[in-house]
Write a protein that binds this ligand. Structure first.
Ligand SMILES: Cc1cc2nc3c(=O)[nH]c(=O)nc-3n(C[C@H](O)[C@H](O)[C@H](O)COP(=O)(O)OP(=O)(O)OC[C@H]3O[C@@H](n4cnc5c(N)ncnc54)[C@H](O)[C@@H]3O)c2cc1C
Length: 220
């Protein structure tokens, strides 16, 4: 069992939750299965903290009517749950870290594994595209270089920051030629399955990116 050490709320529906890690080891981008004792329910959550941290953290969106995300929202410091894993292969190979530009593309909490990767490997050769509905849903922008990040905000009209854009991720990726060496980059896409499939089509069909250079992780 792993004890809840602290929680941080970004807004009432978006929060970070940190557990004692014990001897769990993982590669950034892998996910864990969280299970609350006596509830016989479990859900997957991607690693959000660095592999080197003492705590194991997750970035959670509280889903209206959702079972697990609401139970996590109600958990208090000192409460315990079971954490199984790690699982999955949504990870960066050494050759990518050393030789490739990595293009991270996330919707919502899909940014979690990219925070874990950035923090663990101290990456420099990357670009980040994030799709959110409103500015208040922005998580961890300060952990990424402003000149390398593009925030696509779908439900707000007054966009005030340089790297904030009105619209969806697709609108930015349709003109991806402005990114140097975009043809040979590695693309990691994470979040909502509709976003993943839209972005995949743009990259492969329109921009002729080799599908072998695209790695995806679907949350729902
Ligand atoms: C590999 C993997 C990694 C994941 N990592 C994360 C993570 O880091 N953070 C995170 O918040 N979730 C993550 N999820 C989603 C998570 O497992 C749950 O599906 C989510 O928390 C909803 O569970 P629930 O029990 O609250 O909702 P349920 O009672 O299972 O109801 C689910 C309903 O909510 C929808 N839904 C699920 N997730 C969302 C969402 N984020 N926004 C809107 N609707 C949603 C589903 O399509 C479904 O209709 C991940 C899923 C997978 C498969």
């Amino acid at each position: 069992m792993h004890k809840l050490i602290r929680k941080e709320y970004i807004n009432e529906n978006l929060f970070k939750i940190f557990f004692d890690k014990k001897d769990l080891k993982f590669f950034p981008g892998q996910h864990f299965s969280l299970s609350i004792p006596n509830k016989s329910i479990n859900r997957e959550y991607s690693s959000y903290t660095s592999s080197n941290d003492k705590e194991l953290g997750f970035l959670i969106r509280r889903v209206e009517g959702g079972i697990m995300s609401n139970l996590l929202d109600k958990m208090e410091v000192g409460d315990e749950l079971n954490i199984y894993g790690p699982y999955g292969s949504f990870v960066l190979k050494d050759e990518y870290i050393e030789n490739k530009q990595i293009i991270f593309i996330a919707s919502g909490t899909g940014i979690a594994p990219f925070v874990s990767m950035k923090e663990t490997y101290n990456l420099d050769n990357y670009k980040l595209f994030v799709g959110i509905r409103e500015t208040r849903d922005l998580a961890d922008a300060e952990k990424f270089d402003e000149s390398k990040s593009y925030y696509c905000i779908s439900r707000e009209d007054n966009i005030s920051k340089n790297n904030h854009y009105k619209g969806r991720i697709n609108n930015q990726l349709e003109k991806i030629e402005y990114i140097k060496d975009y043809e040979n980059s590695i693309y990691m896409i994470c979040g909502n399955s509709y976003m993943i499939s839209d972005v995949y089509d743009i990259l492969v069909k329109e921009k002729k990116i080799n599908p072998n250079n695209i790695i995806t992780e679907s949350f729902f």
